[in-house]
Ligand binder design. Structure first.
Ligand code: GDP
Length: 692
């Protein structure tokens, strides 16, 4: 039994996965012949199906690397294109169509391409063989075939018919052997005829005597001999009898047998000649098996060398550290969860409180600026009727009802701000940003797939909880919309807090003014400010102001800067004044809240913050901390297929290189191991053969 070719084909498939290099090429049978010599018919008789492209316009333009794999009796026949990912094709007409498309994809002006099509056919009736079909030689260039095509085809064939490949030279019986392009090409690379098998087709088209003469030819002696065949599929029932999916092997054999059987000349000479496709198949198997055996040592040496190089590189570059896509993902995931855990420990209630309070402080400052601290400089240069600067407040006891209303309204805007939404949003945004930061600091940084998985996990949990959290918070702060009780302790703490807040606000005002001075120039800015202040004092109508501006030579842009500066200066003065007020005796007591709106609003903000944080923590933060690792496992853990994990790991070029080299090494080891067992088997055959 012949197992060598089967095993070697297996080994070749392994080697192909590491990116086959020249030295690792295993011998194949290369089929050459001129157009219409019957080359396709021979290949199809071997395969048992019509599957090759047909047509007048030079349909074979690329080499077809055809691997035949013998499967056990009774299994379904199918083909597979190694590079197309079409899966198993059980319909031979679709194999034929695919081959036609792949060939026609070669542009007309290029004529032929040396990029091979890889096709494997699995069937119980095929022998294990590795065949290469090449474009047929052409005698004369056709109408729309350029003259150089002839040369191009010859060059392509020459590339493939080199040793150690076996040449299957197809010639038709009805053409003089001396004119066989295939034999002439073979002779150039195999002058002693050692690795060429001659196939004579169309034996039925010449007289049996002449056919026999060709098979016994002495002018072109071939060590492996000639085989005569009749590879015509009987057509009498019309094509309908044989669909592409009916195996035609036995029909051809029957037809052949009946032709050879009808002519006793063949039987008489039967000892010396080889005829019939079944014999051709056997010969091909034996010859390929022998060639494979001869190339065993060379291939084994080549794999050894490749493996040594890969092993050395693996040691030098990766210190022999094994890395699989799976372990890489698991390690990355663990590391990420670890950093997530650290984050949860550093970001809890106090941090959320601080975040939220800061946000509310800004809202309070906005409110104060809007409702209290205004000395407006609008276009009319006139104060609006209800604008009263807080600066007047301590002296306006007479109409304190005005200030009462103002504080109540301000408090109410604060409590009705939509604290639920706002605070939930502040926390969700903070969490999202923190997660992004965690990703940036992790190995996932280089992995778009993992990045989006983490982002989605985060968003899913936050979105799921967002509205219910916002509602809960809103419900719980509801009492503050009606009444706010202030304790002395709270008042004192807010009084202290507000001083810091105002100081910070003052610093920012002064900084802005300073940088404005720096860009515009102190003197120029001073000029513009004087202009603005004077116009305001005079309540100068807008048109007059612009006339005056032009007369003074102040540009519109400078005027804008002047206004900005006056605004900042006013704001700074106001804040200083308010700071004084907050520090004053009057603001020492919570009973005087109408005179100290800053302190009162801060108390409110504090209460809102405390309540909101309580619920945010339960409803959102703890939930997020509990669910995130689970959500992450769902997306990046067990559920991924091997291919997905592999694709993930390969996103990082460094990891990809590592995995590739390692895989290459493993595959070479596997190939070598198989080689060793094949060689051991061969050696035992030889020694048992010798002892017989
Ligand atoms: P290719 O161009 O070399 O692939 O040749 P084909 O296999 O397409 O064959 C060319 C023509 O010869 C077709 O019409 C075949 O039917 C016919 N043909 C092939 N082999 C035989 C044979 O053994 N006997 C006869 N009578 N015709 C054959």
């Amino acid at each position: 039994i012949m197992v060598l070719t089967k095993k070697m084909i297996e080994i070749r498939n392994i080697l192909q996965r590491v990116g086959q290099t020249g030295a690792l090429t295993l011998p194949s049978i290369v089929v050459i012949g001129s157009q219409s010599s019957g080359k396709s018919s021979v290949l199809e008789a071997i395969v048992g199906h019509e599957f090759l492209p047909k047509g007048a316009n030079m349909v074979t333009r690329r080499p077809i690397e055809l691997t035949l794999v013998n499967t056990p009796e009774g299994t379904q026949e199918y083909g597979e294109f190694a590079d197309l990912g079409l899966g198993k094709l059980t319909d031979f007409s679709s194999i034929q169509r695919t081959l036609t498309d792949l060939n026609l994809a070669v542009p007309e002006e290029d004529c032929v391409s040396d990029d091979p099509i890889r096709l494997s056919i699995y069937s119980p009736t095929v022998p294990d063989l590795s065949l290469i079909d090449l474009p047929g030689y052409i005698q004369i260039a056709g109408e729309n075939q350029p003259e150089e095509l002839k040369g191009k085809i010859a060059a392509l064939c020459d590339k493939y018919i080199q040793a150690p490949n076996v040449i299957l030279a197809i010639s038709a019986a009805d053409v003089d052997l001396a004119n066989s392009t295939a034999l002439r090409a073979s002779r150039r690379v195999d002058p002693r005829g050692e690795r060429t098998i001659g196939v004579i087709t169309k034996m039925d088209l010449v007289e049996p005597a002449r056919a026999l003469a060709i098979l016994n030819d002495k002018n072109y002696p071939l060590r492996l001999g000639y085989v005569g065949v009749v590879c015509k599929v009987p057509q009498h029932g019309g094509l309908a009898v044989f669909s592409r999916n009916t195996n035609i092997t036995s029909a051809i054999t029957k037809n052949e047998n009946s032709y050879f059987g009808a002519h006793p000349e063949f039987a008489a000479d039967g000892e010396r000649i080889t005829i019939g496709t079944p014999n051709l198949k056997k010969k091909l198997m034996t010859v390929l098996e022998q060639t494979m055996a001869q190339s065993l040592q060379g291939t084994s040496d080549a794999i050894h060398q490749e493996l040594e190089e890969a092993t050395y590189e693996f040691k030098v570059q990766y210190n022999d550290r094994m890395l699989t896509a799976e372990t890489y993902l698991a390690e990355s995931l663990d590391a990420f969860k670890h950093s997530f855990k650290e984050f949860t420990e550093s970001f809890g209630r106090p941090q959320v409180r601080e975040l939220l309070k800061h946000e509310l402080d800004q809202k309070v400052l906005d409110l104060l600026a809007q409702r209290y601290w205004n000395r407006p400089i609008n276009d009319s240069n006139r104060p609006r009727p209800d604008d009263r600067a807080l600066a007047e407040l301590p002296t306006s006891e007479a109409d304190s009802a005005f200030w009462h209303r103002k504080l109540d309204a301000s408090t109410s805007s604060l409590t009705k701000l939509g604290i639920g939404r706002m605070s939930t949003n502040v926390l969700a945004t903070a969490l999202t940003q923190h997660m992004e930061r965690l990703v940036e600091g992790s190995t996932f940084k280089e992995h778009p797939f993992a990045r989006s998985a983490i982002q989605e996990a985060t968003n899913t949990i936050l979105n799921e909880r967002f509205y219910s959290t916002a509602d809960q918070v809103e419900n719980c702060i509801k009492p503050y919309k009606f009444e706010i009780d202030v304790e002395d302790r709270e008042w004192d703490s807010s009084r202290h807090n507000v001083q810091n807040l105002l100081k910070e606000e003052l610093r920012q005002c002064e900084d802005s003014l300073k940088s404005l001075k720096n860009t515009v120039g102190s003197k120029k800015l001073g000029q513009a400010m004087t202009f603005v202040e004077k116009a305001r004092a005079e309540a100068l109508p807008i048109r007059d102001m612009h006339e005056r501006r032009e007369a003074t030579g102040i540009s519109q842009a400078l005027l804008e800067r002047g206004r900005e500066a006056v605004f900042l200066k006013d704001r700074a003065e106001l804040i200083k004044m308010r700071l004084g007020a907050v520090k004053s005796k009057q603001c020492n007591n919570k009973e005087n809240k109408y005179y100290c709106p800053e302190i009162f609003l801060d108390v409110v903000a504090d209460k809102l913050t405390a309540t909101a944080v309580l619920f945010l923590n339960v409803e959102l933060l703890s939930e997020f901390y509990y669910n995130f690792p689970r959500e992450l496992d769902n997306r990046l853990g067990r559920h991924l297929t091997h291919d997905q994990i592999e694709a993930f790991a390969r996103e990082d070029p460094k990891i990809r290189k590592h995995i590739d080299l390692q895989q290459r090494k493993q595959l070479l080891e596997l190939a070598l191991q198989k080689m060793d067992s094949v060689m051991a088997l061969e050696n035992s055959k030889i020694s048992s053969g010798a002892s017989e």
